[in-house]
Design a protein around this ligand. Structure first.
Ligand code: PLP
Length: 413
């Protein structure tokens, strides 16, 4: 069966030969993380009676409470909030910022420009009603070096009112490297050395289960992310999480619900089983998507494109950036990938505006869960040098077929 043009089919075989030996390290991490999840489930006596929905205020929702205890253990954190009431990762991250920052405080991003949707939360580039800036909260950023965070410059950037240091683990829509867990540890230690009161906050989106430890286990005070990315395992229907120090998670919870209420309320409107089962599957699913990313790096390198990370680089997020160099190739890539989606394979993605983003964005992703990016998806803002960001894949086979579809669509331009 010849699904792809003959040159792409030949390159597939070559790419697999290079990629397969690199999968062993990914499998090893998935095994360790699966063992960690099973241990947390055992420690907290996860049982079938917890898998249910609740109503109204959701007081004493044991399924929710137990799940959050499991999450805290997995994150090496004191407390966690894991809720479908978070509409997205941005919402969870914004609850931390608005929950912890007060007028006169300052937020310092030590990993350069934050992810697009966080820029509107901060309100530093474009005026956004309701932004941190509008609430009188200052913002500065420390650009990254090619090698990573500019550690030496942290001391000079800390001020008395620097209340939160924002550390974005993933590359987001940029070509900079994601931060490894080891680097996050060093960055947090350096921040604390100069200002022990400053809260180290990690945007952990796309990083969960890529390594065997999470940021809150190595010195971060609090972290947040999305349940329709890595830790939802492709099963969680919606939501986000926050994990970290007790008092800080409580302050963020007051922003999610209301001061005085916090995390004690919030009905499980979605079957809690989906959040437990997604968490159970997450280490394996993350490994599947990482294998897809490695395969894409090898294939597009063979095709002559710049890929970041390169196939054998150590990864700290699931994103594979490919510099395609033209808007036509970005569009072809996304349309080719879309044809190999389980849902909406007949749809032709086109660039368009997106809430929270300043440039036009093209997105491919025929996903079971709307916008899920632990499912195979590709996207990117249409701006030079025209980089497509590929991520996800619930199964390696699907990721590989989608990537070959994308490569074929570009070959046919
Ligand atoms: C995905 C992501 C977010 C949040 O995006 P949502 O689409 O709102 O979940 C924030 N930061 C980074 C680095 C991300 O990758």
């Amino acid at each position: 069966m010849n699904l792809f043009p003959s040159n792409i089919a030949a390159l597939k075989i070559k790419a697999l030969e290079t990629a397969r030996p690199l999968f062993a390290a990914v499998d090893d991490i998935a095994e360790q993380n699966t063992a960690k999840v099973l241990k947390a489930f055992r420690n907290h006596q996860v049982s079938e009676y917890l898998f249910r929905t609740t109503t109204g205020y959701g007081y004493g929702d044991s399924g929710r409470e137990r799940l959050e205890a499991v999450w805290a253990e997995l994150g090496g954190a004191e407390k966690a909030l894991v809720r479908t009431q978070f509409v997205s990762g941005t919402h969870a991250l914004a609850c931390v910022l608005f929950g912890l920052l007060r007028p006169g405080d300052e937020l310092l991003a030590v990993t350069g420009a934050p992810y697009d949707t966080m820029q509107t939360v901060i309100g530093y580039k474009v005026h956004t009603p309701g932004s941190l800036k509008e609430c009188g909260i200052g913002y500065r950023e420390l650009p990254m070096n090619p090698e990573g965070v500019n550690i030496a410059a942290i001391a000079g950037h800390m001020r008395k009112n620097t209340r939160i240091a924002l550390i974005q683990r993933s590359r987001g829509y940029s070509l900079r490297k994601p931060l490894s867990i080891a680097e996050i540890k060093v960055v947090c230690a350096e921040i604390k050395r100069h200002n022990p009161e400053c809260i180290c906050f990690v945007d952990n989106c796309y990083g969960e289960f890529v390594d065997t430890l999470e940021p809150t286990a190595v010195g971060a005070d609090i972290m947040a992310g999305s349940l329709i990315k890595n830790p939802g395992g492709g099963i969680a229907p919606s939501g986000g999480y926050i994990a970290g120090k007790d008092d800080l998670v409580d302050m963020a919870a007051y922003r999610l619900t209301a001061p005085g209420l916090g995390g004690e309320l919030g009905a499980s409107l979605a079957d809690s089983r989906l959040l437990y089962q997604g968490l159970f599957l997450a280490p394996h699913v993350v490994a599947q998507s990482l294998k897809g990313a490695i395969f894409a790096a090898v294939l597009f390198d063979l095709l002559g494109y710049k890929t970041l990370p390169q196939a054998d680089d150590i990864r700290s997020d699931i994103i594979q950036a490919i510099e395609l160099g033209s808007p036509e190739k970005m569009i072809a890539f996304c349309q080719g990938l879309q044809q190999y989606s389980p849902v909406d394979a007949h749809v032709h993605p086109v660039p368009g505006p997106m809430p929270g983003y300043t440039d036009q964005v093209i997105m491919a992703g025929g996903t079971f869960i709307q916008g899920s990016s632990i499912e195979l998806s590709a996207d990117g803002p249409l701006r030079p040098p025209y980089i497509v960001y590929l991520q996800g894949g619930l199964t390696f086979e699907h990721a590989m077929l989608g990537i070959l579809g994308a490569a074929s669509a570009i070959a046919e331009l």
